[in-house]
Design a protein around this ligand. Structure first.
Ligand SMILES: [Zn+2]
Length: 309
């Protein structure tokens, strides 16, 4: 995937919290969150946050604080991304800027798609963090993997997850893998806007949770279909090309984050479909492909189909 060198980037869609709470006893770092063992004293909320791979041992707990509040000790670094990420050329050479570009492209697509059907897209900010973070859905650590929090409508990601995808999951990786992950999380945001999120309950092979996750994979594929034809505000597409290699990397990733793969290959056990929350690897590949080949959100009908794959 390459970006148009001259296309502008909108860094307001990404907030950088990575400088917050690392060391020095600050709040927000892993230590302050309880050494990774979530379970802070206080108001404990079971929260519905939509993880990417279902890789944590969750459910996670939360200490309550105002929705949309950053939480004490967390600060947005408003300067660095804005200083270094101006154009597609910056995205082509800088990883942070590439993530900004992907977020821009995904949100441009959904904004235009929802407008076509008379609906309004509300932008969601992606927040970079390291170690741990407080969210409108509670506190989380990097172990949770990337997730979308419906309560505050932000996507949260520790970019080290992408290294873990390669080292732990054996994925090929690459920028388009990362684009798939982000587009999946924005799929959850679209579900939140459309009122679908609350249907994502339960566990098991045909549960609402699995249907919600497979639909997010499908939505990611839909964006991939439109990535090179979605104009930014300046009128030109930001994404210049999506190659077959890109798509195969997304599918390779999908094949390594299915519930069955994680339980058998990473967990070392047998697949227990009654605990599935995200679908099998084959299903995740199928639904990404459905979205990519059709380019139509309506084809992501995971809640009405009798054949999830
Ligand atoms: Zn998800």
């Amino acid at each position: 995937m390459r970006f148009d060198d001259n296309a502008g980037l909108d860094t307001s869609e990404v907030q950088d919290l990575r400088g917050s709470g690392d060391g020095g006893g600050g709040v927000g770092g892993r230590v302050a969150l309880g050494g990774g063992g979530l379970g802070l004293v206080g108001l404990v909320i079971y929260f519905l946050m939509s993880q990417f791979g279902g890789v944590s041992t969750g459910p996670d707990t939360a200490s309550g604080f105002g929705l949309g509040d950053l939480g004490s000790g967390q600060q947005v670094d408003a300067g660095t991304l804005a200083q270094k990420c101006h154009t597609g050329a910056d995205a082509n050479r800088d990883h942070d800027c590439a993530i900004v570009a992907v977020v821009n492209s995904v949100q441009d697509y959904w904004s235009q798609e929802l407008a076509r059907s008379g609906q309004t897209y509300r932008p969601a900010t992606t927040r970079f963090f390291t170690g741990g973070v407080r969210t409108g859905c509670g506190s989380a650590t990097s172990d949770t993997g990337p997730f979308y929090c419906p309560a505050d409508a932000h996507v949260y990601i520790d970019l080290s997850f992408f290294d873990e995808l390669k080292s732990r999951f054996g994925a090929e990786g690459g920028l388009f893998t990362e684009a798939y992950v982000l587009a999946h999380e924005y799929g959850h945001h679209v579900q939140n806007l459309l009122g679908t999120s609350q249907r994502g309950t339960g566990t098991g092979p045909t549960s609402g949770s699995v249907r919600l996750e497979l639909q997010a994979d499908c939505y990611a594929g839909v964006w991939a279909n439109h990535a090179t034809t979605t104009p930014t505000e300046s009128g030109e597409p930001l994404v210049q090309d999506v190659t077959q290699d890109d798509i195969s990397r997304a599918l390779d990733t999908a094949s390594r984050i299915g519930d069955d793969y994680i339980q058998t290959r990473l967990g070392g056990g047998q697949a227990d479909s009654s605990s599935f929350t995200h679908g099998t690897s084959a299903q995740r590949e199928k639904w990404f492909t459905t979205g990519f080949q059709s380019g139509q959100p309506a084809r992501c009908n995971t809640f009405s189909t009798s054949s999830l794959g």
